[in-house]
Design a protein around this ligand. Structure first.
Ligand SMILES: Cc1cc2nc3c(=O)[nH]c(=O)nc-3n(C[C@H](O)[C@H](O)[C@H](O)COP(=O)(O)OP(=O)(O)OC[C@H]3O[C@@H](n4cnc5c(N)ncnc54)[C@H](O)[C@@H]3O)c2cc1C
Length: 112
């Protein structure tokens, strides 16, 4: 593993499959190709929750507010994973949230 600090990915290149990226050295402006067999794109932490505006409570960052049963402020509506307030935003925690939400939804349906 090597670190390319102060560099920006300008293009992902390859013929049907990525095999290199075009990098820009942000200090010198120099552009050069760097061989790689994969690219993970960091897209940030802003939740895609705009469509929920006005339906369930969101925190100032747009994350869905839930209790520990993953229930929102609207009874019968549950949220799980990265979109949830205070989520650790990891696969394992998201899966756990999903299990809790599913069981809570089951109880909501069967017990009222
Ligand atoms: C580059 C990267 C590396 C990561 N590495 C790790 C790691 O090493 N270990 C780890 O534990 N976690 C890692 N994570 C975090 C992990 O991927 C997330 O925590 C996990 O995927 C969250 O699961 P989720 O189901 O909550 O959300 P997502 O996986 O984001 O799933 C949400 C789904 O909802 C869909 N969606 C969005 N809006 C709508 C809509 N309006 N209608 C219908 N569908 C919609 C999306 O298309 C998406 O399929 C990484 C994340 C990234 C981006």
């Amino acid at each position: 593993m090597s670190f390319k600090l102060s560099h920006s990915v300008k293009e992902i290149r390859g013929n049907g499959q990525v095999d290199r990226v075009l990098l820009e050295d942000l200090k010198t402006g120099e552009e050069f190709e760097y061989p790689t067999s994969g690219v993970f794109i960091y897209i940030g932490f802003h939740p895609n929750s705009g469509f929920l505006q006005g339906t369930v409570a969101l925190d100032p960052g747009g994350h869905v507010v839930t209790d520990i049963r993953m229930e929102t402020d609207k009874p019968g509506v549950f949220a799980a994973g990265d979109v949830r307030q205070y989520s650790d935003r990891q696969l394992g925690t998201s899966v756990g949230d999903g299990i809790t939400a599913a069981l809570s939804a089951y109880r909501y349906i069967t017990e009222g």
